[in-house]
Structure formats: C-alpha cells, structure tokens
Design a protein around this ligand. Structure first.
Ligand code: SF4
Ligand code: SF4
Length: 727
C-alpha cells in the first residue's frame, strides 16, 4: 500500500470510529441528563456559586480530597493531568494521520508546551501502571473482604487504566518518530524524551501515521465503551465529578457531615404541620424519591472503595458497604429509568400511573426495566429488595465514608432518607427502635427514665448546681446542657460531675435546665423519625429561648458530641441559634488561661500511655480533634495513638441510633475498637463522649471477662483533668 493510500485508509477509519463514538456518547450523555433529572428537585445546591466554583477547582485540579491517600492520589493526579492536557494531542493525531509533520498551531513549536507534554506523557504511563499494580496488590483474592475493591468491577477499571497507558505511550512514540524524522519543531531543551526515543525507534511517515491512528482509535474505543456502559462510574466520573463537587451539600466546601440534610419535599424542607402524605415525600421509599443530586452521586461513584475500607459496619462483617450501597442504588436507578422515563411510577396510594396498555408495551420493549420497577427499594432477598434492611440499619452515621469519598458522595444523607421512609411511612424498623421512640415520646429520654431524675447526677457534689429558673442571670456565662446519658447513665454521670466540678473550680458561671431539659432528638433523627425529632427539638428551642431571653450570645456547653452536634448544627433549622462548645474545648481554654492548673498526672509515674478515642460526632462531624488531646497533654500524659485516629478513627458503634439496636451480625464494633485500644498498651482509654464511654466500657468489660485488659479503665477527658487538677 502506498503511503497516500495508507493515509486515506487510516483517515477514513479514524473519521468513521470518531463519528460512531460521538453519536453514541451524545446519545448516552443526553440519556444520563434525563435520568439525573428524574430525581426530585433540590434548589439548595447552587447558593454561593463563586465559592462552589472555587471548591470544584480546588478539589478536582488539586485532588485535595484524594490526597488523603497519598501514593495512589499522586498516580491518579498524573493520570488526570495527562487526560486533560494530552487530550489535545488526539486533535493533533487527526492531522498527523494525513500529514506526519502536522503540529498544533501556536502550541506545537512552543518549548513550554513540549516539555509539559513530555513530562505528562511519561507520568501518565507510570501513573497508569501504578494504578494497575495497586489494583492487583489490593485485589480481593489477597485481602478478601478487607480489599477496597471487593465488589468493584475489575474489567472496567483495567480497561480505563490500559487505555491510559496506551494513550501515554502513543504520545511519546509519535514524538519519538517525529523527532527521528526531523518533524518535531521544539527547542532542544524541551524534548529530551522524544530525542532519546527517536534515537532508539527511528522513524518514518508510515510509523507516525500508524501510531497517531492508534491514539485516535484507543481514545474513540474508550468513548464507545463508556457510551455503551452508562453506569461505568470509573470512566464517567471524569465528567460527572465536576458538577457533583460543584453542587455538593455545603456551599462552604465542607463534606456533608455535621447536620443531616433537612427532610425535603418538593424542593423545600418539610413542615409537618402542613405536610400532606398525598402530596409530600417522606424520605426515600423509591429510587425516584431521591433528589437529582442523589442520582448524580450514584452516577459519579468510581467504585474506588475508600469508603468501604473505613466503614465500621463493613469492617466487622456486616452486610453494609457504603460503596456497594451506592452502586446498588446506581444500578437500580439506571435499570428502572426506562420505566420512569415512560411516565411510570405510583401515586401516594400506590396506584400505577401507566395504563395496562403502556405497561404491556414497556414489558415488550424493555422487560428488564419493567421487572426492575417492581423491586422494593428496601427489602431482603425474599422480596428482591435493592438495599437489604440489615445493611440499612447497620449504619452508625459515623461519616467515615463521606469523609473519605474523593467525589463528595453524601452517603449518610441517603441512608437516613431511606430510614425516614421506612419509619414514617412503612413502620418497618428494628423492634428495639419501637421502645426508643416510645421512651422519647413519653419520657423525653431514650432510657425511659423519669424526668424527676434529671438532676440526680448532682446530688453528691460539694457545691450547689444552679438550675435555670426563668431567664439566666448575668452571673451565668454558659448553659450546661447535660444530655440524657449525662443525666441517667452512671458512667456518663461521672463525666457530667467532673465537668461541673472543673467549671466550678475555674469560677465559670453556669446553670443547668434540670427537669426542663429533654432529649435533643438526635437518636430519633438518625433513626429516621424526623417527626419525633422535630417535636423534641421544638420543645427544647422553646425552653432555651425562655432561658436565654434577649441575651445576644447564647452559649451552651455539652459533654455529649451528639447533643453538641444537634444543638449546634441542626437546631438552626428550627430557629435555635446558639454558640455551642464541647466540654473539651472549654476545659482546654480554661487550662490555657490558667484557670485550671493540672498539678499531678495519674499515668505519668509509670510512663504508661493513655490512648484517646475520637468520637465520630466530635471529630469527623465537627472537626474537634485537638482540644481533648491538648488537655491530656497539659496533664502531662503520654499519649499512644491507635492505628485509626483523627479523620480515620473507628466508630465505637453507637451512632445513628445503633446504641439502642441489637448487634447480632459479625464482630461487635465496640469490641473491635476496644481491641485496637488495648493493643496500644494504654492503661487508660480516654474518650469525650458518653456513648463511646458506654460502648468501649462494655467492650472492655467483655475483654476483661476473658482475662484481657487487666487494670485498664475507660475515662472521659474531664475525669482525667479533674484528677490532675485536684492533685
Ligand atoms: S456512616 Fe459509617 S457506618 Fe454508615 S455507611 Fe458510612 S462508614 Fe459505614
Ligand atoms: S462512594 Fe466515593 S469513596 Fe465510595 S467507592 Fe464510590 S467514589 Fe469511592
């Protein structure tokens, strides 16, 4: 074949494959947009567009969330940069097929461009190989359930990574051939790789044409494959991550932690006084009940499994994996989409919107979609459910998945939305939650204790604890929020007492609500009972309003991170705006101000370390990591970190209302965490949350019954400081 004939054939093939790729991908993108629009409206996602734009650029270009995992993130960043920059060389490749000396106008002869291309060509190949090797090393056949790729598609990942390597090699080889044939019009300092390769491979026009067409073909085959696989998140996230990050829940750029997403219906937070079950949506009972952002989340999952590796439920053998949950929702959404796009769905009474004839037509045209439409969103294998109830109720709301997700998927909000529907519409929830709800409704606390016992914790204190009576006096700086655990649980009461004593010693004016306090509603909300949460929260907002009166700064101290989080982040939705501090923050400040002076150290003599367990709702949800550690350091204590700490700390197993549910599948999470703490050799496991205190305390009791952890204690930061201050 003559060179001209070769050029014509390659050009014709390149054009043909490109046309096919463009047609298919445009069709798929159109379909994807239509499917994402099947989700419910959510107008809260575009406030502060400037900040959102900045977050998007920072997180995508800077890989700021990915760099929590450095080596893989570096490889991924080079592949990402190569994809963005080297895509221009696909354009150049069309020209090279026709005319081997073709180069991009303006850029082709520019030294900076050439050196950038050389660097990215090499790093793209290396990055692609590193990702393939890493995927092999972390393969489930080695790590089993611990592998972050368990349940991820391997062929899709390898396909994407191999195309990356081919594209990188294609860029370098074409440059090598062009250098050898004298077509590379670049300053000599800017093309060392091309010259080196050119000296090895030589070059001629046919080689350039062939290699350029390989570049075009591999790129177009990649596009065709992803166009034919609309749920191939590992490829599609290259495009969907941009809007997914832009429209993330928090305009500030923070992850979707802290407060839960308000319960939305028709684009507005639900108002139970006006809510109409005929019109309003109560959580997510069907895939189409999720918002369009939910659909975009599901589409964007890359199946990287970072969330899975951090999930306490998955790590202790439970059926919940945040990755598999998101993948299941994605696959279901796209499989059911033809039915929804045809106008399918059910009204509030469960009646089908499509006529019999329309349903018959759908069954004929797309039998799988018709079948998928019949699957319940939440249900066990006996009903072919999408999300197993055991998975749904295993979530502790610890937020580790949200924290780690590089593309800002909002797992916790989606999980709680499904719980909301199960609780408020289906009345389907673990039986233990029935008791919790009843206790909260009737007694205002999860334990079902009498309200009259709310001040029992203060009985043996050597001073009188002021109780709010009317509006807080000028001598009161803080309202001390005790919380249900702090009032009724024996271990948590010790923390409450220690904190009160320390405030008293430091001369800080505080008062408590006593019998005026009721549960913040956190367990109800996390369990999906939004109605009960709002009832309790409104009552508290009213009580707090009366206590604070016209005061400008409404300062609250809480020892329970769940109360802290709810008061600080969730009460504003109901009109309650307060300055809420965790007791470890206040104590740390008092130590710095020398109002509290630690004078002795119960652990220092033996040089036995203490280990601090980060409560999820203090750490990950609210970024309070250092104050508790600083208090311990001020007391002169040697601290040994557990392998999982700070952002990656393992949950104690109590959040998300799990405190009140049985844990019958896999290893108990509190035992897993207790084992980790004991392995540090610490004699004191210190925490800053009554739930963690109870859970790890129970774990320790269980281990001590087996002869482990002799002499070890579980204590709160406040107890440690009080011992130290008292000397
Ligand atoms: S919030 Fe925690 S328990 Fe729930 S899915 Fe995420 S990592 Fe798992
Ligand atoms: S949800 Fe996020 S962290 Fe989990 S697999 Fe998907 S992209 Fe990765």
């Amino acid at each position: 074949m003559s060179v001209d004939a070769l050029a014509i054939v390659l050009w014709a093939l390149s054009v043909a494959v490109t046309v096919a790729a463009v047609v298919l991908v445009v069709r798929t993108i159109t379909r994807m947009v239509r499917i994402v629009h099947l989700g419910r409206p959510d107008p809260t996602r575009s406030a502060s567009p400037g900040r959102r734009l900045w977050t998007m650029v920072k997180e995508t270009v800077g890989h700021t969330r990915m760099f929590q995992w450095s080596a893989v993130a570096a490889a991924h960043w080079f592949v990402f940069a190569g994809f963005i920059v080297l895509s221009l060389l696909i354009v150049e490749a069309y020209g090279e097929v026709i005319s081997p000396d073709f180069e991009l106008p303006l850029l082709g002869g520019w030294g900076v461009w050439n050196i950038v291309v050389e660097i990215l060509g090499v790093t793209t190949v290396v990055g692609g190989v590193v990702l393939i090797v890493f995927r092999q090393l972390a393969h489930p056949r080695r790590a089993g359930r611990r592998s972050r790729f368990t349940g991820s598609s391997f062929w899709q990942a390898y396909f994407v990574e191999i195309v990356v390597v081919i594209e990188g090699l294609g860029v370098l080889l074409v440059r090598g051939f062009k250098s050898a044939t004298g077509y590379l019009d670049a300053p000599s300092w800017s093309d060392p790789v091309a010259r080196g390769l050119g000296a090895i491979v030589g070059g001629n026009d046919a080689a350039i044409r062939l290699m350029a067409s390989v570049k075009v073909f591999s790129a177009m085959v990649w596009i065709i494959v992803i166009a034919l696989n609309i749920t191939m998140g590992i490829a599609w996230h290259r495009f969907t991550v941009w809007p997914n990050v832009f429209f993330k829940r928090e305009a500030s750029g923070a992850p979707a932690l802290g407060a839960l997403k308000p319960m939305m219906s028709n684009g507005a937070p639900i108002d139970f006084e006006k809510a109409d079950p005929e019109v309003d949506v109560f959580g997510a009972g069907k895939i189409e009940d999720f918002s369009w952002k939910g659909f975009l989340d599901f589409t964007t999952c890359t199946e990287c499994g970072r969330c899975q590796t951090q999930c306490p439920a998955w790590n202790t053998g439970k059926p919940l994996s945040p990755k598999l949950l998101v993948m299941s929702l994605r696959d279901h959404a796209y499989a059911k989409a033809p039915y929804l796009l045809a106008g399918g769905g059910t009204d509030s009474e469960g009646n089908e919107k499509l006529s019999e004839a329309e349903l018959a037509e759908l069954r004929h045209r797309d039998p799988l979609a018709a079948l998928e439409a019949g699957r319940p969103l939440v249900g066990g294998s006996e009903v072919d459910g999408i999300i197993d109830p055991d998975a749904l109720w295993a979530c502790t709301n610890c937020g580790a998945c949200v924290e780690q997700c590089p593309v800002d998927i909002e797992h916790v909000d989606h999980i709680v939305d499904m719980r909301r529907y199960q609780v408020m519409i289906e009345s389907e929830f673990p039986t233990e939650l029935g008791t919790l709800f009843k206790n909260l409704e009737n007694k205002g606390n999860p334990w079902g204790q009498n309200q009259s016992g709310r001040l029992d914790w203060a009985k043996d204190l050597p001073f009188e604890v002021p109780v709010v009576d009317g509006v807080l006096g000028d001598d009161v700086e803080y309202l001390f929020w005790i919380g249900c655990a702090g009032a009724y649980d024996d271990r948590a009461r010790r923390t409450t007492r220690a904190t009160a004593e320390l405030l008293h010693i430091a001369g800080v004016g505080f008062a408590v609500l006593g019998e005026g306090e009721t549960c913040t509603g956190d367990p109800a909300r996390r369990a999906g009972n939004e109605f009960l949460f709002q009832m309790l929260a409104q009552q508290n907002v009213e009580t707090l309003g009366e206590a604070f009166g016209e005061r400008e700064r409404k300062k609250i101290i809480a020892t329970c991170p769940h109360c802290f989080n709810t008061l600080l982040n969730e009460y504003p939705l109901l009109g309650g705006h307060y300055e809420v501090l965790h007791h470890t923050q206040v104590l740390n400040r008092l130590v710095r101000e020398k109002k509290l002076v630690p004078v002795a150290d119960p652990g220092r003599d033996a040089k036995v370390p203490v280990t601090y367990h980060d409560p999820c709702f203090l750490g990950r949800h609210n970024r309070v990591y250092e104050p508790p550690r600083e208090v311990l350091a001020a007391a002169g204590l040697v601290q040994a970190e557990m392998p999982r700490h700070h952002e990656r700390a393992l949950c104690c197993g109590a959040g998300g209302a799990r405190m009140w549910m049985e844990e019958t599948i896999g290893k108990r999470i509190n035992l897993e965490r207790t084992d980790e703490a004991l392995a540090t050799g610490a004699k004191k496991i210190v925490t800053a949350c009554p739930y963690c205190n109870i859970m790890i305390g129970d774990g320790l009791t269980a281990r001590q019954a087996e002869g482990l952890g002799d002499g070890v204690q579980v204590l709160d930061v406040a107890q440690m400081l009080l011992t130290s201050v008292k000397g």
